[in-house]
Design a protein. Structure first.
Length: 317
């Protein structure tokens, strides 16, 4: 028995084996002469135990690696490792800057980071967002980000969230990571496109594309009713032009999905950004195709003229 135990211990780092092995071997030694079937059952039990523990050992590091690689690839300017574990830390203006993309009047905006990591039984959150230097706009963006982060945290915080293994530290299955891109239709208009990825313990990551649009003169957050004089006409044009671009090369079944996902309804065009050329529409995963891929199309401002766009947002009269 000692030799057998040493053989198992040579590849098994689990103390649970040291506790159960004598029990299993004692049971089999006492009864194996009278009940040979018991030896078979004990062997099966032992193999199941080995496989379950090995599965626990292997799966956790792989999930950690998946999370680490994703955060490294999708986080611009990741936080300093020395700051890890500081829950609720928010980066200060000037930590990093990005250049607004497109349009006249390009200006630098500072990047802020909402970080909530290293907390037991709570999801890890890394949420990047911009600051434009206008207090009312910056407060609105920050409040919006904190609301999304807090909602995700409340939904996925649980005492059962963390997993523990002998060769691994506690880790969180659920996490949220968000990056962003800024578009400038003009010096008075800014659009922020958030690319939000979430892991909630399912086999696949989930993605959302969320947008915020602002009039930097008034500080107003812009909805579609603030951008077009005739919203119904705008929705019809957005629907028609989006279909034209999306159906190119699509099969019949995919065309049905595109038609349904681009119906002229406000919820189908909830994620739009103003660019120097017009309007960019973002479609969520599964909205216009049967795959977890987000799609976007850009519609020229000239095409949208029948809907009466507020041209001042594009720096035009």
């Amino acid at each position: 028995m000692a030799a057998t135990k040493r053989a198992f211990s040579s590849f098994s780092p689990f103390p649970l084996f040291d506790d159960l092995f004598p029990v299993v071997c004692s049971m089999s030694s006492a009864l194996v002469l009278r009940r040979p079937l018991l030896l078979v059952l004990c062997t099966i039990f032992w193999e199941c135990l080995v496989l379950s523990q090995a599965s626990s050992l292997l799966s956790a590091p792989l999930l950690n690696l998946e999370k680490y690689l994703y955060l490294q690839q999708n986080s611009q300017d990741p936080p300093n490792p020395d700051d890890a574990g500081q829950a609720g830390r928010t980066a200060q203006p000037g930590e990093a800057a990005i250049r607004a993309q497109g349009g006249a009047g390009q200006t630098a905006v500072t990047k802020a980071l909402l970080e909530r990591t290293g907390r037991r039984h709570s999801p890890d959150i890394l949420f990047q967002y911009p600051r434009f230097g206008r207090s009312d706009v910056d407060r609105d963006i920050e409040a919006w980000v904190w609301h999304l982060a807090s909602t995700f945290e409340n939904d996925f915080s649980s005492p059962e969230l963390g997993r523990t293994g002998v060769l691994q530290e506690d880790y969180n299955v659920a996490w949220l990571n968000a990056s962003y891109t800024v578009f400038r239709a003009s010096s008075v208009c800014a659009s922020v496109v958030f690319d939000v990825w979430m892991h909630t313990g399912s086999s696949r990551l989930s993605q959302d594309i969320l947008t915020l649009n602002y009039n930097l003169l008034s500080g107003q957050r812009l909805n579609i009713v603030d951008i077009f004089e005739n919203v119904d006409t705008a929705l019809r044009i957005l629907s028609r032009e989006s279909r034209k671009q999306l159906v190119q090369g699509a099969g019949r079944l995919l065309q049905e999905d595109i038609e349904y996902g681009t119906l002229p309804l406000p919820e189908n065009f909830a994620s739009i950004a103003l660019t120097s050329r017009g309007i960019r529409v973002y479609f969520q995963p599964y909205q216009v195709m049967r795959m977890p891929d987000a799609k976007d199309v850009e519609i020229p401002l000239e095409t949208l003229m029948p809907a009466g766009p507020l041209l001042a947002l594009w720096g035009r009269e």
